[in-house]
Design a protein around this ligand. Sequence first.
Ligand code: GLA
Length: 389
Amino acid sequence: MKLTIDDVRSRFIKHFDGTTGNVYASPGRINLIGEHTDYNNGFVFPGAVEQGMIAEIKPNGTRIVRAYSIDLKDYVEFSLDDEKGPKATWARYIFGVCREMMALGVPVEGFNTAFAGDVPLGAGMSSSAALESCFAFACNDLWGDNKIEKMELARVGQRTEHKYVGCNCGIMDQFISALAEKDCAMLLDCRSQEPKSIPISDPSVSVLIANSNVKHALTGSEYPERRASCEEAARRLGCELLRDVSMETLLANKDKLIDEANGDRLFRRARHVVGEDARTLKMADALVVGDWKTVGEQMYASHDSLRDDFEVSCPEIDVLVEIARSIGPEGGVIGSRITGGGFGGCTVSLVKTDKVDEITRKYEEEYEKKTGIKPTIFSTRPAEGARVL
Ligand code: GLA
């Protein structure tokens, strides 16, 4: 069921002094293609989803933030001036955002807040970026005269992940959550950080998300290991980041990436990133002209590369993509792939709108038959980024 303002407001009123504040919302995201390219300064192509975070916020005239997580039924208080901040991870996101906004000169004051989300947690749909951009947007609105650009709000979210949560993520999730335009996906060059909105306006095509219900966590060792491997590969190729490497250069210098300790691991990591940048641009071009065959080919090629070269898929997600492949264009599936950081989470499929129900049924039946797990499947339209409600 979709989260509403009333769900949050009723808890805010109950939890605090009976008065109301301002309400802000910010979306989670899927990524159509361009995975593990953002921290290599490459290209990504995400879209915001209708699911997200809603927070009610009211200044309380102190230096203390009083925060209630409706979903976790957990309450935390922290001082804006205490450098250490709270222990609970969910509260550290809010603390980090406030501190980073203060570092930009925004005179953030204490506030009461209750918030909730309907982005599935640990599903690779960036519930944390939604939380960050929601509070960054709110601080900018309440105390910053909305002077800080949305791009900088996205960077505030990213710095929060790096400095306060210990997740060394790229910029994709925060960018789309802060800046998304309704009914558009965003082609983002992570080097120039100039987003380009691309309409996803054909009503005959829908975005179908299938949550494998296998949880992912990016604060473990895998994500930093992938990032470090990419940096090492670029270093060996004489570049700062893999964005600057073409497939020709990579293939011509393959031997520099192969050694006894790593085998061909660094080469395969680099091949994924370099290939994925090209696929992302190709898919965006194909999507603009409605060349669905090319769109589908890029999505499946991206998945295969993430599975075999980058090794961030998992058996359950592979099952979901194989089901999509077996339904094929005749059955209404244009393309499908893992979305987000990997190691579980969701697949994103582009499907024919008039076949959504049939495809959903097939995904559910086949996936449960093959894995014993019930998936959660829903379709979505590209939603708007952080905003006041
Ligand atoms: C996570 C990170 C992003 C990006 C993706 C992989 O979602 O937060 O920055 O690296 O993984 O594409």
